[in-house]
Design a protein around this ligand. Structure first.
Ligand code: GZL
Length: 301
């Protein structure tokens, strides 16, 4: 032959491709969008994956339905990021009974099911809260803190709050409310908090999107974000880092969503019955207002 590969499909015929059911929890934030893009860029036919990807719009019942559909479709591997930690016992047992291995992505589960997943890949949420708390203790020791929490009962919310509160001390927190990790709900929660806690001087938002909503509420109240009310967030999406450079955020702890390649690697090993670590921590860093434009421009998300 002419040495060129004239085959039509982008890899093997698909019969050997690994059938993967991926239940994504939603599209609630810039972080989630970047995470979904990374997953779809890695779990491709060229990479040997036949992907069924389902978005649950942040509803647990939609995730449970998707997981049951994956069982019915007889997928080889199930991957999912659980919107909250609990309420999965029944469906995880059904998946186990169907002998389909689970790769847990990002969020964590709290279940009575024995050995519910083969491996988990995600960030150390408690450390992210601790890192945020240490900045506040160091740089705003007298702050009166309002905590803008993520989706209540999600691993990211529970652990960030635990890490942060342990460092800053509960006595320095004037109030808490959930903004469900979205910009709109973060703005609404902040508007109410500005009325309820007029003496607040700092917001710890569990993600950038809620922090960006808080900026809108603070400015609408005639106050200066980053000065009258300081803002500390988690994620490090582009809009958040721009707000940091613009002086409206004061500190951003990164939570890296771009780990589709690590999910692909885990799926291939799990499908081949190879050993995989019980958990893989995705590496984070943190940024303050000294961040440069080229740092922001050079980032993947
Ligand atoms: C963290 C992830 C969180 C992000 C939010 O790994 O689960 O969910 O911090 C997203 O932006 O909604």
């Amino acid at each position: 032959g002419d040495g060129d590969d004239n085959s039509t499909d982008g890899g093997d015929s698909g019969s050997e491709n690994i059938k993967v059911g991926f239940s994504q929890l939603g599209a609630e934030s810039g972080w989630r969008t970047a995470n979904t893009e990374s997953v779809k860029a890695s779990l491709t036919a060229e990479n040997g994956i036949d992907l069924t990807f389902v978005d649950a719009q942040q509803k647990q019942e939609n995730q449970i339905k998707a997981l049951r559909d994956f069982i019915d479709q007889g997928v080889d591997v199930i991957a999912f990021s659980p919107v909250v930690e609990t309420g999965w016992d029944e469906v995880l047992q059904e998946i186990k009974d169907a002998e389909i291995p689970v790769v847990l992505v990002d969020r964590t589960v709290d279940t009575t099911v024995e050995d519910p997943y083969v491996t988990w890949i995600g960030a150390d949420f408690k450390q992210e809260g601790t890192t945020a708390g240490e900045w506040v203790k160091e740089n705003a020791p007298d702050a009166k803190i309002f905590e803008l929490q993520g989706t209540l009962g999600s691993g990211a919310q529970v652990d960030r709050e635990e890490g942060f509160d342990a460092v800053v001390g509960a006595e320095n927190i004037v109030g808490k409310a959930s903004g469900n990790f979205t910009r709109a709900e973060g703005k609404a929660a902040m508007e109410a908090a500005l009325q309820a806690y007029p003496d607040m001087t700092l917001v710890f938002a569990h993600n950038d999107d809620m922090g960006l909503g808080a900026i809108e509420a603070i400015e609408a109240a005639g106050k200066v974000p980053g000065k009258d009310i300081q803002i500390v967030t988690v994620d490090g999406v582009r809009d958040g880092l721009q707000a940091l450079k613009d002086g409206k955020f004061n500190y951003v702890v990164e939570c890296n969503p771009v780990f589709g390649d690590q999910i692909l690697d885990a799926i291939k090993k799990v499908d081949a019955g190879e050993d995989v670590p019980k958990e893989t921590i995705v590496v984070d860093q943190a940024f303050d207002q000294t961040i440069t434009q080229e740092t922001i421009d050079g980032r993947k998300y």
